[in-house]
Design a protein. Structure first.
Length: 527
């Protein structure tokens, strides 16, 4: 822990001034705009995916499409070889910008980039070694596709040094709040990743060519990000490697983040393996379909958290009251935005599943959908304290929470799946998500200088939310569901406006509404 404390000791010094640049990078209007860009960058490719995936499955066939996805999954897991350096770089650079130590940024960046390239090379070697084993021994692949699958895995493995080092480029730009640029590039790259394979189907079905074209585009993206980073670094020491922060300190912080990055997905997806082992493979389908749908709610809090993470790192040591205010506003915004979404999902769960997958599927998965939606609301809210805890230099707390939770969660899952089936799996997953949110809120309260809300207020919000969602889960007729929805939404809107938002936010909202009304009045007068 010594390296972690030495890295963040300046955060506890009240005499360290906040730079003007640090204040500019945490301006509320800028953060709001950046959050919107971040959401757009994540959401737009999903819309294209809804159209492209059926075309790809039909054009490539299920076997080739499965290989394509498995290749990206393998690369995704090998991305763990970055050891959290990208996110650690964001945190430390943001802190340096907040304490007027911008000369330290370039050395930090280049040390991180060199380390990421070397770690990516190690990941590439591992990928190359595993490729033949996966293609010929582990995965059940038709004989005529094994050679092509092997070449796909080789190609993706060789790409790892570039892919892993991209997290360093993004880390620097995120610390400088370049989310408009990142959101635009992510949107374009995400759209291209789906449209390019669809277009190439007119000429070839070879996966190596399709993936090669996508990687070529990603190479152009990497060069663009590098140019932007060079323009962002201070001109006087743009290529300097001399700095006071050793790379081992970044690895210390990134190491804790890596533990969370390993254990969190394991807990999120180990449930389906237990369901397959204790129940049946068919039961896995009835569980994963609603899970894959409800997890899309994470787009909003993940986008917000990516923006406020460097803002917390910038403010935490020098302007903790500002960090506390930002924390309070973003967690309330996340809750207010996603509570109506959760209400819709729980209230109309059966109708949504019937429309998407059919009535018989809905009969088996409705309760799972409703339970997971409740847990997902807690998981979404928890993304904000995760950003605070990690941005405040205590990534170790989040990692240790996961280490303690992991065996307990597996035991709970095993105990509930046997008697209650997939409903029990959903209950176990949601209980862990709620526990995560509760513990992270406690960590956040202790790290900040003052409490965001009293225990009684928090219990009131939790009790009220539980009562509302339990009411929504009742088996109402469709007409009654519409009436319940309108009544609850009106009550939630009134309570949010009068109780959950601050006086300043209330005035801003009213001013915004008045501005919109005035524009419409002027438009009507001119027409």
């Amino acid at each position: 822990m010594a390296a972690l404390h030495s890295l963040t000791e300046s955060r506890d010094d009240p005499n360290v001034p906040t730079s003007d640049r640090g204040q500019a990078l945490t301006n509320g209007a800028l953060l709001a705009r950046n959050a919107i860009w971040s959401i757009v960058g994540r959401a737009a490719p999903l819309l294209i995916a809804l159209i492209s995936i059926p075309i790809l499955i039909h054009g490539l066939g299920t076997a080739k499409y499965g290989v394509l996805n498995l290749g990206w999954v393998v690369v995704g897991y090998l991305n763990l070889f970055d050891f959290g350096l990208g996110r650690a770089l964001t945190m430390v650079v943001a802190e340096k910008l907040g304490t007027d130590q911008e000369r330290e940024v370039a050395p930090l960046f280049w040390k991180a980039m060199l380390s990421l390239v070397m770690l990516g090379a190690i990941g590439a070697l591992v990928g190359l070694v595993l490729s033949r084993w996966l293609a010929y021994s582990i995965l059940t692949i038709p004989d005529g596709m094994k050679v092509e699958t092997l070449h796909v895995f080789y190609l993706l493995s060789l790409w790892l040094p570039v892919q892993i080092s991209e997290s360093g480029l993004r880390g620097l730009l995120e610390a400088h709040q370049k989310f408009k640029l990142l959101g635009t590039l992510s949107m374009l790259m995400g759209v291209f990743s789906y449209l390019a394979p669809v277009s190439l189907l007119l000429f070839t079905h070879r996966l190596t060519i399709i993936i090669g074209v996508i990687l070529l585009a990603r190479g152009i993206l990497w060069i663009t990000l590098l140019i932007q980073c060079l323009q962002t670094l201070p001109a006087e020491n743009r290529f300097s490697l001399r700095g006071s922060v050793p790379i081992r300190s970044l690895l210390q912080v990134g190491g804790w983040m890596t533990i969370s990055n390993i254990l969190s997905p394991l807990m999120d997806f180990s449930d389906r393996f237990l369901i397959g082992a204790l129940l049946s493979v068919s039961a896995v389908a009835f569980y994963t379909a609603p899970f894959d749908l409800v997890i899309k709610m994470m787009i909003v809090p993940t986008a917000i958290a990516s923006v406020i993470f460097p803002a917390f790192a910038t403010n935490f040591g020098t302007a903790r009251n500002k960090a506390a205010d930002l924390f309070s506003r973003t967690i309330r915004t996340t809750y207010i935005v996603l509570l109506p979404v959760t209400i819709v999902v729980i209230l109309f769960a059966k109708e949504l599943l019937s429309l998407w997958l059919g009535r018989s599927f809905a009969d088996s998965s409705t309760h799972v959908f409703q339970i997971l939606a409740f847990g997902m609301l807690a998981k979404c809210v928890a993304e904000i304290p995760v950003a605070l805890v990690q941005g405040g230099g205590r990534a170790d707390l989040y990692a240790q929470l996961h280490m303690a939770e992991f065996p307990v969660y597996l035991l709970l899952m095993w105990m509930l799946v046997r008697p209650y089936g997939i409903d029990g799996a959903a209950i176990a997953w949601s209980c862990r998500a709620i526990l995560d949110a509760a513990m992270l809120l406690i960590f956040s309260q202790r790290m900040l200088t003052h409490r965001m809300a009293s225990t009684l207020q928090l219990l009131g919000i939790v009790a009220g939310t539980t009562a509302i969602l339990a009411l929504c889960a009742a088996p109402w007729p469709f007409a009654a569901k519409v009436l319940v929805f309108l009544t609850i939404i009106a009550g939630v809107a009134f309570t949010s406006f009068t109780r959950l938002i601050s006086d300043e936010e209330r005035r801003m909202l009213l001013t915004w509404v008045d501005t919109i009304n005035l524009r419409y009045l002027r438009k009507g007068a001119t027409s």
